[in-house]
Design a protein around this ligand. Structure first.
Ligand code: PLP
Length: 355
């Protein structure tokens, strides 16, 4: 289907100046992509000026949280062109998340039109320093105005974009969360939905008071194994092998996680996808058997972990970032920014639209 380009888009883009200090996800591009779905039928996609949404106060999303999202980036490559990283993986994951919340999935072609169109029109807004990007945020919401508890009959799909700096978390101190659970197996833990994030915020508030940065979530059933962070997957180097928790139903499968596993295999690391018992891990850190730990996600790529602690212990990882984290981060960023051969066929060029 063709995409409607609102004539005001050119005006918005011409009048826009990229802020000098970008931050991450703070500055918004002046345009957005939208499509609506009524009773299962999708409208034409359109690129329109960025503006507040008009939403009925009784819209289902506001009460029953029919809402899912994606996070991805458009990169400026070393040659100056613009490219997306594995966008079909985001399309597939959003379809999965939508299905879990009884929402119609955004067809892959519409999703890809959305992210490509906004990246193409915002090509001049894609910053080019190492680690910078145009962060893209596709999201889908149920908009039917009706307080009955049932799936909405109408939906809106948007893609907004934010020219962003590299996302630096610094070395992270993780608090082992033994009280709350982020998500339940059979619940929405493996779907990318806003409610999972809302449920994680209380834990983060508590741990900040104790001098920590992020929660390390355990498996919800008996809190004995590591699941992940609130928005990043977990890796540890133990006896020289790269370990990550196996997908369990309460872990969101990161595209960065998936990509790092493929890269690590190519780089010759021994991989273990399996259970990481928290008490074993803590003693392996204390004894030096576990030499590094890091988290990964689209925003930061890889964030080194310097401390993992709880009420009883606080164990320091002396190599943060360690050599494995550094090597994997460089290898992935080199592909994304076009300095290294894209052997996996991950990058998809976008033709810029100029004014
Ligand atoms: C988005 C997300 C991740 C990371 O996924 P990427 O595709 O690598 O960005 C990890 N965990 C949770 C809970 C997430 O929501």
């Amino acid at each position: 289907m063709s995409i409607y380009i609102d004539p005001e888009v050119a005006v918005s883009l011409r009048g826009y100046e990229v802020p000098e200090r970008l931050g991450f996800g703070t500055a918004m591009a002046p345009v957005m992509f939208r499509a609506v779905c009524q009773d299962g039928c999708w409208s034409q996609g359109e690129l329109i000026p960025y503006a507040p949404l008009t939403i009925d106060p009784a819209a289902k999303v506001l009460h029953y949280a029919q809402s899912c999202f994606e996070g991805m980036k458009a990169y400026r490559t070393a040659a100056g062109s613009i490219a997306l990283f594995r966008p079909e993986k985001n399309a597939a994951r959003m379809a999965y998340s939508a299905k879990r919340l009884c929402m119609p999935s955004v067809p892959e072609s519409l999703f890809l039109d959305g992210v490509r169109t906004i990246a193409a029109y915002c090509a001049n807004l894609v910053p080019g320093n190492r680690g910078e990007s145009l962060y893209l945020r596709p999201f889908l919401i149920g908009t039917q105005a009706d307080l009955t508890v049932s799936a909405s009959t109408s939906y809106e799909f948007y893609v907004i974009a934010s020219p962003s700096e590299a996302y630096h978390t610094g070395n992270m101190r993780l608090w082992v969360e033994r009280e709350d659970a982020r998500a339940a197996v059979g619940g929405t833990g493996d779907a990318k939905v806003g409610g999972n994030y809302a449920g994680s915020l209380l834990s983060v508030g508590r741990l900040k008071e104790r001098g920590y940065d992020q929660s390390l979530w355990l498996n919800p059933a008996d809190r004995s194994r590591v699941d992940e962070l609130s928005g990043m997957n977990f890796f540890a180097v133990i006896e020289g092998k790269l370990h990550t928790p196996a997908l369990s139903g309460s872990i969101l499968e990161g595209i960065t996680r998936n990509s790092l596993l493929k890269l690590a295999r190519e780089l010759g690391y021994d991989l273990v996808e399996g259970a990481i018992h928290i008490d074993t891990l803590l003693s392996q850190i204390a004894s030096g058997v576990c030499t590094e730990a890091f988290a990964c996600g689209t925003a930061a790529i890889i964030s080194p972990i310097s401390v993992i602690g709880d009420e009883a212990h606080s164990h320091e990882l002396y190599q943060a970032p360690g050599p494995v984290a550094k090597a994997l981060r460089e290898a992935l960023l080199d592909i994304q920014e076009g300095r290294a051969e894209d052997n996996f066929g991950w990058m998809q060029p976008v033709d810029p639209v100029n004014f």
